[in-house]
Design a binder for this molecule. Structure first.
Ligand code: ZN
Length: 238
């Protein structure tokens, strides 16, 4: 059966109340102070940056967010028996929350649902770490080794996990249809997956309100709102 890959970006989660932090117009790119909270060097070097970073996460919408119509449409498409892989630039875990099996989702920028120790690499739940912040630990350390904890996201200044990126690249090469949804396709290397898929013969369909650098390669461009356009598109691809 034809394998369909869906690359999802921030636009897929805006209907869930999560703004585009990371895109070219996002607050992390346009506000240098905010950017420091999610940049690896300053985060590791400065306890005050970490304290502010944890507070930002405590107040942010990501962990409370619920899947929206686009997430549910993708999950329903997967349940209907299609060979589907989701490659996501989002760190909110909403594809899995909607019911896409964990093994079919590649999180290119990691996940905000977990935290990782920068010393011993142990992973634990972000909800638990944030409970500790709420209870007064303003820079919670690893319970195992005392190391610095950080969200299991790929911060600025960090490389993508090479295994995740290699798997995503293989999926892009093998896909017969590649949907790029709600991504400006400007944050690399994730964005380049659209080009790789197209070069290897995938039918590239881009669903995004704004033009992207990969529009000239697309077989189809859809500018309508994702919440309605994506369910319609997936219905058509069944
Ligand atoms: Zn540790």
């Amino acid at each position: 059966m034809a394998m369909i890959a869906i690359l999802t970006g921030a636009g897929v989660s805006t209907d869930s109340g999560i703004p585009d932090y990371r895109g070219p117009q996002g607050v992390w790119r346009t506000d240098p102070e905010a950017e420091r909270l999610v940049t690896y060097g300053p985060y590791m070097a400065d306890p005050e940056i970490r304290r502010r970073s944890w507070r930002m996460r405590l107040e942010g919408p990501v962990l409370e967010a619920e899947p929206n119509a686009a997430h549910h449409a993708i999950a329903a498409f997967e349940r209907s028996g299609h060979a589907l892989r989701v490659l996501t630039q989002n760190v909110d875990g909403l594809h899995q929350a909607a019911g896409v099996p964990e093994r079919k989702v590649l999180e290119l920028h990691g996940t905000a649902r977990s935290v990782v120790c920068t010393a011993c690499h142990a992973r634990s739940s972000a909800a638990e770490a944030l409970d500790r912040v709420r209870a007064g630990e303003d820079d919670p350390a690893c319970r195992g080794c005392g190391g610095i904890l950080k969200p299991a996201t790929v911060m600025f200044g960090q490389r993508l996990d090479p295994v995740v990126l290699a798997n995503a690249t293989a999926i892009a090469k093998a896909a017969e249809v590649f949907l790029a949804v709600g991504s400006s396709l400007q944050v690399h290397p994730a964005a380049a997956l659209a080009g790789i898929a197209s070069e290897h013969g995938a039918r590239l369909i881009i669903v995004n309100a704004e033009p992207t650098p990969y529009d000239p390669l697309a077989a189809e461009l859809i500018r309508e709102p994702i919440g309605t356009a994506l369910p319609e598109l997936l219905e058509r691809l069944r």
